[in-house]
Design a protein around this ligand. Structure first.
Ligand code: CUA
Length: 157
């Protein structure tokens, strides 16, 4: 079978592009530790308030570390609990967020923390706060008529 030279060139370009795109996806997924939902932490959404550590939401230091923290946050329509999180400058904070009602968003402005919060699952992401200042915390998934009131703040002091 004869394939025209330009057609062969175009086919090669297509196949090479596909391989490059798949390699980029695989590299990003592996380096970022992206896992399917089956590998994520689950929680009974009807018992969030009495399930440790979500029974006492807030920031707590990681034992044995001076600048590492874990923040447990409940996204419940139309509020985040806690509403404001105080973080010392330079802190490495891992956020654990869950929802007892509907799907919410968890976006911290000026950072790459941007998660979907799904009832029954615990979403988590880590960020190092290197500069003092205030970051707005927003729900960026429409969750009801008071969705636009669902915000908070991360204060880096
Ligand atoms: Cu919660 Cu929008």
């Amino acid at each position: 079978m004869h394939i025209h030279r330009l057609e062969r060139l175009w086919l090669t370009f297509g196949v090479v592009s596909l391989v490059v795109f798949l390699a980029i996806l695989a590299t990003a997924a592996i380096s970022e530790g992206i896992v399917p939902p089956s590998h994520r932490q689950t929680i009974d959404p009807t018992k969030v308030a009495e399930t440790p550590p979500f029974d006492k939401p807030g920031l707590r230091p990681v034992p044995g570390s001076t600048n590492e923290f874990e923040a447990y946050v409940i996204a419940r329509y139309p509020f985040f609990t806690p509403h404001e999180i105080d973080v010392p400058v330079g802190a490495k904070v891992t956020f654990f967020v869950t929802s007892p009602d509907v799907v919410h968003g968890f976006f911290i402005t000026g950072t790459d923390v941007n998660m979907m919060v799904v009832p029954g699952w615990v979403s988590s992401e880590t960020h190092v706060f290197r500069a003092r200042g205030q970051h707005l915390l927003l729900c960026n998934e429409y969750c009801g008529v008071e969705h636009h009131f669902m915000y908070g703040a991360v204060m880096v002091r």
